[in-house]
Design a protein around this ligand. Structure first.
Ligand SMILES: [Zn+2]
Length: 271
C-alpha cells in the first residue's frame, strides 16, 4: 500500500515531466473510485499548463494555477508516465494526456484511490486541512508527539498511523520506525516519555528517508514513475517477517493484529 515514500517517489519522478507541460486533455475510463471523478475534469485541464507537482501526506497535488488535481493512490494505485498511445489495461482508470504525447496514467485495481479537482488552495480541501505535520517539516519532533499523546490510551502504533498526529506514515513505516526506536508497538501512547518520543521522531524520519532514497517500496505491483520496481522491501527489519530471526538479536519476529492491521515486532529489542 502506498505510503509517504511511494507518493514522494512518484512526485519526484513525475515533476520533471509535468512542470511546465501543456495538457491536451484528461481521459476518465472509470469514474467510480473512492469518490467519483468529477465529470468536468477534462474541460478543466484541457489546454492548460502544469505549474507544479507537490505532496501533502499521501496526497499528490498537481497545480494548474486555477485549481489542483488531488490524487490519492488508495490501497493499490500507482501513477506513472506512459506514451499516450499505450493501450490501457483493465484497471487503468485515468490518463492526464500531455501535448507532448505522453500521459500520466493511474492504475488502481482496488479503486480506493481518488482523483479530485479543487479550485484554490488545495490545503484547504476537507481531506487535507486536518492532516498533521509533515515528518520532515519544522513542526514535527519528539515534543510534538509527546504533547499530542498525553491523553491517548491506545497503542503507540495506532497513534502513529493517525494522520492527525503525523502525515503520511502508514502501517509499514509505523512498524519499521518503532523497531528502529526500540519501542514495543503495543505500548500505550501516553506511557511513552519525551526522550523516547524524540528518538521515535528521529527514527520515523530515518525510516522514511531510507525508503525515499530506495525509490519507494514495492509490496505488490508498485513501480516508480520511471518504470523501475522499488526495492525498499528487501530492507524491511520487521514488516512481513513473522517468525524470521530479528536482524539485531536473532529472536523470532512476532506478528499480531492491531486495529485490523498487521503488526510485526521483536519482543526482545522492542520494550
Ligand atoms: Zn531483536
Amino acid at each position: 500500500m502506498p505510503e509517504l515514500p511511494e507518493v514522494e517517489t512518484t512526485c519526484r519522478g513525475l515533476r520533471p515531466h509535468l512542470e511546465g507541460a501543456r495538457v491536451a486533455t484528461a481521459i476518465v475510463r472509470q469514474r467510480l473510485l473512492r469518490r467519483p471523478v468529477p465529470h468536468q475534469l477534462p474541460q478543466r485541464v484541457a489546454g492548460t499548463t502544469v505549474r507544479g507537482v507537490s505532496r501533502r501526506g499521501k496526497y499528490l497535488l498537481i497545480d494548474f494555477g486555477h485549481g489542483n488535481l488531488i490524487v490519492h493512490l488508495g490501497m493499490s494505485g500507482r501513477l506513472w508516465l506512459v506514451d499516450a498511445a499505450t493501450p490501457p489495461q483493465t484497471h487503468d482508470h485515468f490518463d492526464l494526456v500531455l501535448a507532448s504525447g505522453s500521459a500520466v496514467r493511474l492504475r488502481d485495481p482496488r479503486r480506493f484511490g481518488l482523483v479530485l479537482w479543487h479550485s484554490g488552495d488545495p490545503l484547504t480541501h476537507a481531506l487535507l486541512r486536518d492532516i498533521g505535520p509533515e515528518p520532515f517539516g519544522p513542526d514535527f519532533d519528539g515534543a510534538w508527539l509527546y504533547g499530542e499523546t498525553r491523553s491517548r490510551s491506545g497503542a503507540v502504533k495506532n497513534a502513529l498511523m493517525d494522520s492527525h498526529l503525523v502525515a503520511g506514515v502508514g502501517n509499514i513505516y509505523a512498524n519499521e520506525a518503532l523497531f528502529r526506536a526500540g519501542i514495543n508497538p503495543k505500548t500505550p501512547a501516553r506511557r511513552i516519555g519525551l526522550a523516547r518520543y524524540q528518538r521515535l521522531a528521529e527514527k520515523i524520519r530515518e525510516t522514511l528517508s531510507l525508503a525515499i532514497d530506495a525509490g519507494g517500496s514495492s509490496l505488490r505491483d508498485y513501480v516508480n514513475s520511471s518504470g523501475e520496481a522499488g526495492y525498499f522491501q528487501d530492507r524491511f527489519m520487521v514488516y512481513d517477517r513473522a517468525d524470521q530471526p530479528c536482524f539485531s538479536c536473532g529472536t523470532p519476529i512476532r506478528a499480531l493484529r492491531q486495529g485490523q492491521r498487521s503488526t510485526f515486532y521483536c519482543p526482545r529489542c522492542q520494550r
